[in-house]
Design a binder for this molecule. Structure first.
Ligand code: TYM
Length: 333
């Protein structure tokens, strides 16, 4: 049985990295899996500074992006994490068997702590090195294992969190009895899309660094014009020597379905400017149906809420089953 789970934090607009690293694969896997659950992980999103006034909207924005990108409510459950309280309950239980030393060595933890420290945001002081940044991957393990999921499509920055999920699951099985399966990360080409401005950093936000799925055609064209390329003039995939062009080739290939070798051949003797202009058109064309569908969905928020509520009810049932099993073994039931 293949059971898929994945999630995205509602912290800003979704970008091409989120799409190519995660959502694109969700859409493919939902057709093959026996169970597929995709969450907007709103409880993870509040571990770093955020704006409570806009948060509900931000969560809905991500829900709309999921649906517009092709998450199909007939094939998968689409949930807001906080609407299924079993996530936090299992998260707490996992806290009791997770040594701090498994958490404070994770690079994502250290990165987040320094990001919050450096962020000039007004309320960032209240967030400095809080417990939830440390416990973040424990809740993530609970998200996945609550549904006994065994396949998690994510970008490569999440690999260590999946390893930790397996460590926590194995420790539970060892201490209390066999409940949780082994989990595999589904990481494929596109798992690390880089910033358009600095190809040594991953695309993690929009602005000139990244393309938001909602960017207008002219904005997309302007961003590719400004994208950093490398010295030389050949369109050639070489991550070491030509990281900028290689990143652009990856985006071109994944969105057009053309092999990288074929794209290199097509652009033999042509320059960066022509390549970047054409790539901008590939992206604009690719995003058009997505953006049209999103506008349609925006007109019918009731329908979207219905999809969510139906999914969340089903998810709570699945989740409670696992949680009962866990609590029984722990002497809590
Ligand atoms: P988050 O919200 O940072 O990112 C969501 C997904 O997008 C992928 N991603 C990228 N892929 C390729 N290139 C990039 N530049 C890029 N940037 C982001 C991420 O790898 C991720 O798959 N901890 C998770 C959220 C989470 C989760 C879960 C994921 C919570 N519970 C359970 C899977 C299963 C996170 O912060 O992702």
């Amino acid at each position: 049985m293949t059971k898929v789970f994945s999630g995205i934090r509602p912290s800003g607009k979704l970008h091409l990295g989120n799409y190519l690293g995660a959502i694109k694969n969700w859409i493919e896997l939902q057709n093959k899996a026996d169970q597929a659950i995709f969450a907007v992980v709103d409880l993870h999103g509040i571990t770093t500074p955020y704006d409570p006034k806009n948060y509900k909207e931000q969560v809905m924005d991500v829900v709309l992006d999921y649906l517009a990108a092709g998450v199909d409510p007939k094939k998968s459950l689409l949930i807001r994490q906080s609407k299924v309280p079993q996530h936090t309950e299992l998260g707490w239980i996992f806290n009791t068997i997770t040594p701090v030393s498994w958490l404070d060595r994770l690079p994502n933890y250290r990165e987040k702590v320094s990001q919050v420290e450096q962020s000039g945001e007004e309320n960032s002081k209240s967030y400095q090195n809080n417990l939830s940044i440390l416990a973040y991957p424990v809740l993530m393990a609970a998200d996945i294992l609550l549904y006994k999921s065994n396949l998690v499509p994510v970008g490569d920055d999440q690999k260590q969190h999946i390893d930790l999920t397996n460590e926590i699951g194995a420790r539970f099985n060892h201490v209390f009895g066999e409940v949780f399966p082994n989990v595999k990360a589904h990481i494929v080409q596109g798992a690390r899309i880089m910033s358009l401005q600095d190809p040594s950093k991953k695309m993690s936000k929009t602005g000139d660094e990244g393309i938001a799925l909602s960017d207008e055609p002219d904005v997309i064209r302007a961003k590719f014009k400004k994208a950093t390329t490398d010295s030389g003039k050949e369109i050639k995939f070489d991550e070491k020597e030509k990281s900028g062009i290689s990143n652009l080739l990856t985006i071109y290939s994944l969105l057009s379905g053309k092999d990288i070798k074929k794209i290199e051949a097509d652009y033999g003797g042509k320059g960066y400017v022509e390549f970047k202009n054409d790539l901008a058109e590939v992206v604009v064309e690719f995003l058009k149906p997505f953006q049209d569908k999103r506008r349609e969905l925006e007109k019918d928020p009731k329908h979207v809420i219905q999809i969510l509520e139906r999914s969340e009810e089903e998810a709570r049932k699945l989740a409670q089953k696992t949680l009962d099993e866990v609590k029984q073994l722990m002497g809590l039931l």
